[in-house]
Design a protein around this ligand. Structure first.
Ligand SMILES: [Cu+2]
Length: 294
């Protein structure tokens, strides 16, 4: 197969798309701007720093190329040795990069502080990583609701060796789950993140959040999806956690606060119904249960 420039470009583009892991707001070439204040601040900072880098490259390479062309040997240029070990030059080319770094560190630190501020959250969800699935347990107004979130059946079937299924025919292949995390928009959602076995990491690119889930530790993160940006957002486990690391995606279903309230009521009603037969069991069964052993 001949490698034409067009073919090369298109395969590079598909690589870039593969790297975005289902991010809804990414164009495939850049970070996704995302749907939260934090993700947009991260994107803005990333672009600012990018243009600083472009500026530095233009100045440095411009001076270099200009010097190479204008003062080349064939033009009879004579090396100027007066600048070697010049204290003045050393000071200037130390101070300028330091100033640039400090100027970049200030906005970066501001955003990091904002990311770490989990105060005044309105909904907390405990998220636990397992080989190879996620568990979501709600607190606050959705206390009592909890479930496991595992890879969707069609993806799980298609991924098996010799399944005979073409993965490209499976919608959201390896990026869909049976039970997504459901959260309300316009609400500060705090995630308490841990793991039951090995280190995992919870990542949703469009929320600008990614943190390790470590056994024995609880890490915090938060996000607040802007109203009007409801929808399905996808991410992945991003800490190599064993054989099926690639098969424990993260799916977040963002709904309006009203729809979320409805969902919570439905879940609670279902929980009550599931508990009902046990409560209605004959009293004799309970007597047997409490009999002391021996
Ligand atoms: Cu994992």
């Amino acid at each position: 197969m001949r490698v034409t420039p067009v073919r090369l470009l298109s395969s590079l583009a598909s690589l870039a798309f593969a790297g975005t892991a289902g991010a809804n707001t990414s164009n495939g070439y850049n970070l996704p701007p995302g749907v939260t204040d934090i993700s947009q601040a991260i994107y803005g900072l990333h672009m600012e720093i990018f243009w600083v880098c472009v500026g530095i490259a233009v100045v440095v390479f411009g001076a270099m190329i200009y010097s190479l062309v204008m003062f080349r040997h064939s033009k009879g240029a004579v090396p100027d040795t007066t600048m070697v070990h010049s204290t003045k030059v050393e000071i200037v080319w130390t101070i300028i990069p330091v100033l640039i770094l400090v100027a970049m560190a200030v906005p970066a630190a501001e955003i990091i502080l904002k990311m770490e501020d989990t105060r005044n959250s309105e909904l907390t969800v405990r998220v636990t990583g397992y080989q190879w699935k996620w568990q979501y347990q709600y607190m606050d107004q959705a206390e009592g609701i909890g479930f496991f979130s595992t890879l969707k059946q069609d993806s799980n079937f298609a991924r098996q060796l010799n399944s005979g299924v073409d993965p490209s025919t499976v919608p959201n292949y390896l990026l869909d789950v049976d039970h997504p995390l459901v959260v309300p928009s316009g609400t500060k959602v705090r995630i308490l993140l841990t793991s039951q076995d090995v280190i995992h990491a919870w990542w949703v690119p469009d929320f600008g959040v990614k943190r390790s889930a470590i056994p024995g530790f609880v890490n915090e993160l938060w996000f607040k999806v802007e109203p009007g940006k409801e929808g399905i957002y996808r991410g992945q486990c991003v800490a190599l956690c064993g054989r099926d690391h690639g098969f424990m995606p993260v799916v977040v279903d963002v709904r309006t606060p009203d729809d979320f309230k409805k969902w919570v009521e439905e879940q609670k009603a279902a929980l009550k119904q599931a508990a009902a037969p046990a409560a209605a069991a004959p009293a004799t069964a309970q007597v047997v249960d409490v009999k002391p052993a021996g």
